[in-house]
Ligand binder design. Structure first.
Ligand code: ADP
Length: 312
């Protein structure tokens, strides 16, 4: 009851595409920090949306796992904005580490540790029938103990439509799988696995691997990097609503191609990456199969959390 009175809002921590984030603490304890994320939903969209969104978010509160950000509370304020009270994660996100090529050095063992945490988080969500749909390095936040946590889980789903109308040209498409780019209406956990594969690729090369500046451009770059989706490698693809690919088609890339770019991940690492970037979502590796892959058992062993690199 009266969730909003349990927390005290403090200084602004940051501003996102569709939210302002504030530091907060429990009214009953000045040292129990939280992050309060105030979603900017225009009044017009708020009508009818807020109750639904709150209901959906409420069940996300039940998702409890070390690699998923804890949603401690949800309430709407008098301005009709939606407030999410989240676990406070002060060490930034994976994008900051990837981009800081001057200040942060990391290697194959660190990548394996971060990928392990990401994969376990995704596996747990999929086990619980929750899709993320917006996995990218900037949504992978880092806790004080080095644990990587998936953030914004389920938000992409609750807010997809109003979000798209308001900000369609600022949302990054770089991690979006081909089935969504082709307008598929039915999709599965495979959408998240594609994004996880692109995060893996980016951790290795320290720059986004497939960075199109339009949806058409993104499809073109996927065809170059991975291969062109065709009826041969993906039966039914040409029936998807927005299917269009450049001519002539590029054959699906083979292991030697990936080894040239991602060789530092090792043979097992490259094998796993290729299985995440399979074009036909039905043949893409599942989160459960990711966790069973031989890469985790091959050398080097993942770095322990306390030894992982941090932002400077
Ligand atoms: P973005 O559009 O970058 O995803 P968000 O709305 O998620 O932005 O967050 C904006 C900023 O607020 C982030 O860059 C980060 O600095 C901060 N932030 C978000 N969530 C948390 C959190 N749980 N703990 C600490 N800081 C956070």
């Amino acid at each position: 009851e009266e969730e909003k009175h349990k927390y005290v809002k403090g200084k602004k921590l940051g501003e996102g595409t569709y939210a302002n984030v504030y530091l907060g603490h429990l009214r009953s304890s000045a040292s129990s920090f939280v992050a309060i994320k105030k979603i900017k939903v225009q009044a017009a969209y708020t009508e009818g949306l807020a109750p639904d969104a709150i209901r959906e978010l409420k069940h996300l509160q039940e998702l409890s796992h070390p690699n998923i950000i804890s949603l401690l509370s949800v309430f709407s304020s008098k301005d009709q904005n939606l407030n999410l009270v989240l676990e406070f994660l002060p060490l930034g996100d994976l994008e900051m580490l990837i981009k800081d090529t001057e200040g942060v050095r990391y290697g194959a063992a660190d990548i394996k540790a971060w990928m392990g945490m990401l994969s376990r988080g995704i596996w747990f969500c999929h086990e619980n029938f929750v899709l993320h749909r917006d996995i990218k390095p900037n949504n992978l936040l880092i806790a004080a103990d080095g644990e990587v946590k998936l953030a914004d889980f389920g938000l992409a789903r609750s807010f997809s439509d109003p979000y798209r109308i308001m900000t369609s040209n600022v949302i990054t498409r770089w991690y979006r799988p081909p089935e969504l780019l082709f307008g598929a209406k039915h999709y599965s956990g495979a959408v998240d696995i594609w994004s996880v594969g692109l995060v893996f690729a980016e951790l290795v090369i320290r720059t986004p691997y497939i960075a199109g500046d339009t949806e058409v451009g993104q499809v073109g770059l996927i065809c170059q990097a991975v291969g062109t989706p065709t009826e041969g490698n993906w039966p039914g693809v040409s029936k998807l609503p927005e299917y269009t690919v450049p001519d002539p088609p590029t054959p699906v890339r083979q292991k030697d191609h990936y080894l040239g770019t991602f060789g530092t991940a090792g043979h097992e690492g490259v094998d796993l990456l290729m299985k995440m970037l399979v074009l036909d979502p039905r043949n893409r590796i599942t989160a459960k199969e990711v966790l069973e892959h031989d890469w985790w058992r091959s050398e080097p062993k993942p770095t322990r959390n306390e030894e992982l690199p941090r932002k400077g």
